[in-house]
Design a protein around this ligand. Sequence first.
Ligand code: DMJ
Length: 467
Amino acid sequence: MRTSLHRRRFLGLLGAAAGLGAAGVLSAPVASAAPAAAWRSVAEDVRKQTRWAWRDYVAKAFGHDQIKPVSGGFEEFFVPDHPVGLTIVEALDTLWLLELDAELEQGLAWVRGHSRFDIDAPFQVFETNIRMLGGLLSAYHCTGEARMLELAADLGERLLPAFTKSPSGVPYRFVNLATGAVSEPATNLAETGTYITEFGSLSKWTGDRRFYDAAKRAFQVTFDNRSPLDLLPYAVHAETGEWLNTTATVGPPADSYYEYLWDGWRLFGDHDLKAWYETLVAGILNHQSEVVGGHLWFAQVDAFTGAVVNRRQSELGSFFAGLLAEGGDVVEGRRYHDSWNVVQDRYGVLPEGIEYPTLAATSKGNQLRPEFADSAFNLWLVTRDELYRQRAKKHYDEMKRTSKVRYGYTILDDVTTSPPVRGDFCPGYWWSEQLKYYYLIFGDAKRFDYRDHYLSTEANLLKGARR
Ligand code: DMJ
């Protein structure tokens, strides 16, 4: 854990404002534990919901990227008319962990028979990596099926020009999977630095270092350009590596950049990544954190002056609570999750965006988001405090109450009305993220190593499968 002067000052401020003891330890009592059998029955319910939603996906949209669960239609995610079976690939390791083996075999059979990536169209490198490459790699890790790794290696090779064609090493946003043509050099931190765990696993499992090296170089370029406050603006130009703005945020489009610095250290023991994470998170704690009404939030600030740009917070930023705890900043992680829990208590389902001084919703929908459950899971793993299971249970109950429709689970267009206004779309990440977090936090999954594992930003299991 870091002990910089700035950080100690921060803890003092936080302790005074939030009723923490001198050691920075929460004084609130740990919530009492529900019997293990009660949690196991919730996990069993998660399994039932998954099987039910999968059957409808197979009946109505099998092979298409995403189901429209209200109408029973479907839509593609990357390129119109070019389905890549996104939902299937996202679901594979979830089905394996939940021991839904017949459904898993259906999914694997589709991938074996249909997956090919010589598609003459631009694909978004970031999304293809976290969803498709990560999905195939986790399927390989869980099942041991060599074909999954072959497909992953083919896809990784097709993504690589986004890095190798960039003069700076910061990847272009899009690459044509068939031709290797690159496009859209104006990019951002998340799309620059969310590769190391998928590319690194590919390097590890194929013996080809090029993937790991490409992912690390993109980190290096941006880290070396950090501001004197140890902050990073979120917009960057791939060809020059220069910043395109001055605003720092822990939310999108920066979020998983920080996550993957820590994760790269955790998965591969790379000390550079750990040092970079610690430097940047110290900068964030020193210059972006503030306590408003007793709650910890992270302002968007000018990376060079520290001046507050705005006090908006994206729901996606709630993942940061879990990351802080994983990285050793447990007190801050818990406080930040407490802040988001106030939002959950107010709205039931978190709105996409809020203004944190008032908690007013600035973006009223919810794209069936996993981040609050993600950080509850990570905080529970770190602290084993039942509080996080209870918060995850509320997240699960609210999702069932508001998003369950005829053929699965849907996004919400407005969470501030009663009942909420529903959309008609189930994102691929729902299959990889929420279902897995819920099952793992409520159950005692026998195929998951609770002590030594790694789940990616898309919750793809790249370490810790117990076969
Ligand atoms: C997922 O694709 C990943 O969690 C990503 O890191 C951020 N956004 C979505 C879920 O909201």
